[in-house]
Ligand binder design. Structure first.
Ligand code: NAP
Length: 432
């Protein structure tokens, strides 16, 4: 019997469990450990609440979770309740699938002013992550800035622009809907340091900006390169650039404008005791598409700046870490004997949810190659007695199903669920 501990119950964690089931058949027990009492990581807390079809992938993870040889061990924080070294002493393989839940730092003067928020916090807030439930982003100014030209920046700009009516059928956190409903934001600047050919926005997500009730995108036609160049672009990027061209031709006026600022590098944030404006420097690209400041600057007045410039994986004590890349130091997922990383914790925050599937299967194959046979390690029962000794009450998948049922029961209208946004509410729903 192989005993495998996976830390993190997001896409990378569940694909790894699924792959281990297939690789080892009945000869494996997988424990998926999560610091929260609820599973699915990025699916619950990262994917936008108005993208329910993407969140539906959790049904696939549920099938894995309900099988006999996989177990969800919620409400257990590695580093607080148990160490990596202890897990390694109990399991044949320990796989870190903790994703990349921290913001890459926006390293400019003024970034610490109130009103400057990283996307991990902002996205966590509207998705009801317990860590960010009390964020209260300031939306009383008509100007807001979103930094970055990736899909997260698009999510944030879209959520800031939608009417309450457009959130019907979503599972946006109640507290976020209340604050967004009273928003005074009318102009959202989407600031990117490079140009239309360098955006990291996928076509479906970008296209959505053109179909909002209350908001319209704005692209300055002068920012677009000659159309002849589009033919050489990779198909997805060509479609995205096609959307930008449509936006540039749009004459629709709506109360909220989402304005693309290309070739604009954030250089400072100013304000007396809270953010009042972002200073950006115009850029030009060199032949390698690297942006260089021109010295020409302008200011964007705003009361909120959301920095969507990528994520990093928080280090875990005792686990080799690559500071430059913001993830665990690893070679093809191997960190040390018996210790592995998968998903964003292995390769950094890139790709779609589905990209984590081959990642999980690769790690399962690697583990199969590394672990010869029965090592005598005890896995589950040993973990349970250690946690019981420490007074840690685990939340099982059946427990989670009770929490989920309570969230579904209190949903209103077309919303699929009304999330609990504090850990004690989740635990209270178990009626222990
Ligand atoms: P991303 O795709 O890497 O985009 C980050 C953006 O931030 C880029 O435009 C980058 O510009 C910019 N940036 C980085 N450092 C900067 C700095 N110091 N100053 C100014 N701009 C800076 O990251 P993401 O948007 O966080 O997305 C993470 C992953 O999740 C991606 O793979 C994404 O596709 C995926 N995702 C998918 C969906 C979806 O499919 N619906 C939704 C959300 C996220 P440069 O190019 O100049 O570096």
């Amino acid at each position: 019997m192989r005993h495998i501990a996976v830390i993190g119950s997001g896409p990378a964690g569940y694909y790894t469990a699924e792959a281990c089931q297939k690789a080892f058949h009945d000869d494996v027990r997988v424990d998926i450990i999560d610091r929260l009492p609820v599973p699915y990581g990025l699916i619950r807390f990262g994917v936008a609440p108005d993208h329910q079809s993407i969140k539906a992938v959790s049904k696939r993870y549920e099938m894995v979770a309900l099988s006999d040889n996989v177990r969800f061990v919620g409400n257990v924080a590695v580093g607080r309740d148990i160490s990596i070294a202890e897990l390694q002493s109990l399991y044949d393989a320990v796989v870190i699938a903790t994703g990349a839940p921290r913001d890459r730092a926006l390293d400019i003067p003024g970034a610490a002013l109130p009103g400057v928020i990283g996307s991990a916090a902002f996205v966590g807030w509207y998705n009801g992550h317990p860590e960010f439930a009390d964020l209260a982003p300031p939306l009383s100014h008509t100007g807001a800035v979103v930094i970055g030209h990736g899909n997260v920046a698009l999510d944030v700009a879209r959520i800031l622009s939608k009417t309450p009516h457009e959130f019907e059928g979503s599972d946006i956190a109640d507290h976020a809907l209340r604050v967004l409903s009273a928003s005074q934001v009318r102009r959202i600047a989407l600031v990117g340091r490079r140009g239309p050919y360098q955006i990291a926005m996928t076509p479906k997500e970008l296209g959505e900006l053109g179909h909002l009730e209350h908001a319209a995108p704005y692209v300055d036609p002068d920012d677009l390169p000659p159309v002849a160049g589009d033919a050489a672009l990779e198909a997805g990027l060509r479609k995205s650039v096609g959307h930008l061209r449509q936006f540039a031709a749009m004459t629709t006026k709506r109360p909220v404008t989402v304005e693309f600022d290309f070739f604009s590098k954030p250089v400072a944030i100013e304000g007396k005791d809270k953010v009042e404006r972002l200073i950006v420097e115009r850029t030009v690209l060199d032949s390698n598409q690297v942006a260089h400041g021109t010295g020409e600057t302008y200011a964007i007045d705003c009361g909120l700046i959301v920095s969507c410039i990528g994520y990093t994986t928080p280090p875990i004590e005792g686990v080799p870490y690559d500071d430059a890349l913001g993830r665990f130091a690893n070679v093809d997922g191997r960190i040390a004997p018996g210790l592995y990383a998968v998903g964003w914790a292995r390769r950094g925050p890139t790709g779609t949810i589905g990209t984590n599937r081959p990642d999980g299967y690769m790690i399962a194959e690697t583990i199969a190659a590394d672990i010869a046979g029965d090592s005598g390690k005890q896995g589950r029962p040993a973990l349970d007695s250690l946690l019981a000794e420490r007074g840690v009450e685990i939340v099982t998948f059946r427990d989670w199903q009770k929490i989920e049922a309570a969230e579904i029961a209190r949903a209103q209208g077309e919303s699929p669920r009304k999330k609990f946004t504090h850990i004690d509410e989740m635990i209270a729903a178990l009626n222990r």
